[in-house]
Design a protein around this ligand. Structure first.
Ligand code: FAD
Length: 492
């Protein structure tokens, strides 16, 4: 059977309601409205039908039906993504995994947890805590985002400098293919049969399959963790200090940087005691045994002072440590209080280029007449410039997007990449043609085709279609939903 024999919307709804409770097959506009976008709300669209299955067998059946009739499927976790990866397809099914919220097993001996994909990131560490364990990757959205979404985006966070990204903390994934078959990738041991596809699936943004179970590694909670905060009177010095710590052979549990606008906004929000006259602030967390942490804190403080820190402060209690992080972790909403809108960019650069990139971004900020607040996972070289704008001012959103685009181009120019941890989705599809040449994009399509021969999994996201690459290369600004979107038919 093919697309031409596809049932109409009402018939499809009935097909799904045969095996999913009727209230979880949604097709009216009002109830579907909350699903029209993810965290990047400038891109939105309504799905044809939204389904919220509860069992893996229901997911398989949804996939089988969609495959039979060539209906696009977009998987959605908690919808906190920032690249419009979970934006619905107007001709397709939005497959929401928020009812898969059970922690299936915690194995303290194997130090692992088996999870349904809708489990919140923070809930894993909360459940593992009685065993003296926790889950390493900690996106700032961890209170809300799901482990399925984390795997699909290969999410990072403060702790990823020392403990790795999502991909480094996984043992096994269960995934439903586009045809509706349940497959297992990886194993509960450290090695598994066949090709090692774990890294391929991690960060695949819902383009290769629907993740229905995840087994993660758990880490022993450190005996001690302490944060050192250091203020600097210029960003160059702070950038050098980041390199200085790593060059010393110390790998902090987190090494984060904020520039002056971000410090001021975060301080007004969190009252963490940040020096608001500093041009740059570093937060460096050391963890390990009591003795190890004491020694390294002293070493890092000495280093920061030698490298020009104007203030330093070391957390003296867990409450103080949490407060110092509160400012950083709430920097995005804090910036939201000083501007009607902000656009969070995400690119990665070699650490050595930090100061140069910041200087160039300042020039761009003046050129575009838009303020920028910078928050970085500095240790990883992952930038989050927040461009402040007002969507109600005609043309300002377009200027913001263009500015953002220039930042990503700058990242590529200095040897970095267009995504840090937020994925490509719709947002960065144009910059894929800056980062990769046609041959490389052809290889991406070959991989996509191997998993999704009919191109119905999250179509139009992640990889630009080849015959449109030249169009993307000559465009001045990213595509909005109202501009010509790539269609799955273009894949041919
Ligand atoms: C305030 C804020 C702070 C953030 N901080 C960070 C941060 O520090 N680090 C970071 O990495 N990210 C961060 N993010 C981005 C976001 O939280 C992550 O990308 C997160 O992993 C998305 O998870 P989700 O469950 O919300 O996924 P969604 O937004 O629902 O989906 C994201 C993508 O994954 C796909 N997907 C979701 N579930 C599945 C599944 N089960 N199977 C297949 N594909 C699936 C979707 O199709 C989509 O392409 C932040 C976001 C916000 C709003």
């Amino acid at each position: 059977m093919n697309q031409s024999l596809r049932p109409d919307k009402a018939a499809l709804v009935e097909l799904f309601r045969d095996f999913i409770e009727p209230q979880y097959v949604i097709n009216d506009e009002e109830t579907q409205k909350p699903f029209e976008c993810d965290g990047l709300s400038v891109y939105c669209d309504m799905p044809l039908i939204t389904v919220l299955p509860k069992t893996v067998e229901q997911v398989c059946e949804v996939m089988r039906i969609c495959y039979r009739y060539q209906i696009p499927v977009v998987a959605r976790g908690a919808g906190t993504g920032l690249c419009a990866g979970a934006m619905p397809n107007p001709d397709g099914v939005l497959l929401v995994l928020s009812r898969f919220k059970h922690i299936l097993d915690i194995d303290p001996l194997a130090r692992s947890a088996r999870l349904q994909p809708g489990v919140r990131n923070l809930a894993i560490s909360e459940a593992a805590s009685p065993y003296g364990l926790y889950y390493g990757p900690d996106p700032s959205s961890q209170i809300a985002c799901s482990i399925g979404g984390n795997v699909a985006e290969n999410s990072g966070g403060v702790h990823c400098l020392k403990y790795g990204l999502t991909t480094h903390n996984l043992l096994k994934i269960e995934m439903v293919t586009v045809e509706g078959e349940l497959i297992t990738i990886g194993s509960e041991g450290l090695d598994s049969n066949g090709f090692d596809l774990m890294a391929l699936i991690t960060g695949s943004e819902g383009l290769l399959g629907v993740i229905t179970e995840v087994t993660v590694k758990l880490l022993p909670s450190p005996e001690k963790a302490q944060v050192i905060m250091a203020g600097f009177d210029n960003v160059q010095t702070a950038g050098d200090a980041v390199g200085g710590v790593i060059a010393k052979g110390i790998i902090p549990a987190g090494l984060e940087m904020m520039d002056s606008p971000a410090i001021i906004a975060a301080e007004a929000f969190a009252h963490a005691g940040y020096p608001t006259d500093a041009q740059a602030l570093l937060l460096c967390e050391l963890d390990g045994s009591e003795a190890e942490v004491q020694e390294q804190i002293a070493e890092v403080e000495q280093l920061f002072i030698e490298l020009g820190a104007t203030t330093t402060r070391v957390s003296q209690s867990e409450a103080e440590r949490a407060l110092l992080w509160k400012g950083r972790k709430s920097a995005f909403p804090a910036v939201g209080r000083i501007s009607p809108d902000y656009y969070c960019m995400d690119g990665t650069i070699p650490r050595s280029q930090l100061a140069h990139v910041l200087t160039e971004m300042q020039k761009l900020s003046e050129q575009y007449g838009l303020r920028v607040a910078n928050v970085f996972h500095a240790g990883d070289g992952n930038l989050h410039p927040l461009i402040l704008f007002d969507a109600n001012v005609p043309g300002e959103l377009e200027r913001t997007e263009e500015f953002g685009s220039r930042i990503l181009e700058l990242c590529v120019k200095v040897g970095g990449c267009i995504t840090g941890e937020h994925g490509v989705g719709v947002e960065k599809i144009r910059q894929m043609t800056i980062q990769f040449n046609d041959q490389e994009l052809t290889q991406f399509h070959a991989i996509k085709h191997a998993f999704d021969p009919i191109g119905t999994l999250n179509p139009g996201k992640g990889i630009p279609v080849l015959k449109r690459c030249q169009e993307y290369r000559t465009l001045d600004r990213p595509q909005h939903k109202h501009d010509s979107q790539p269609q799955q038919g273009d894949l041919a």
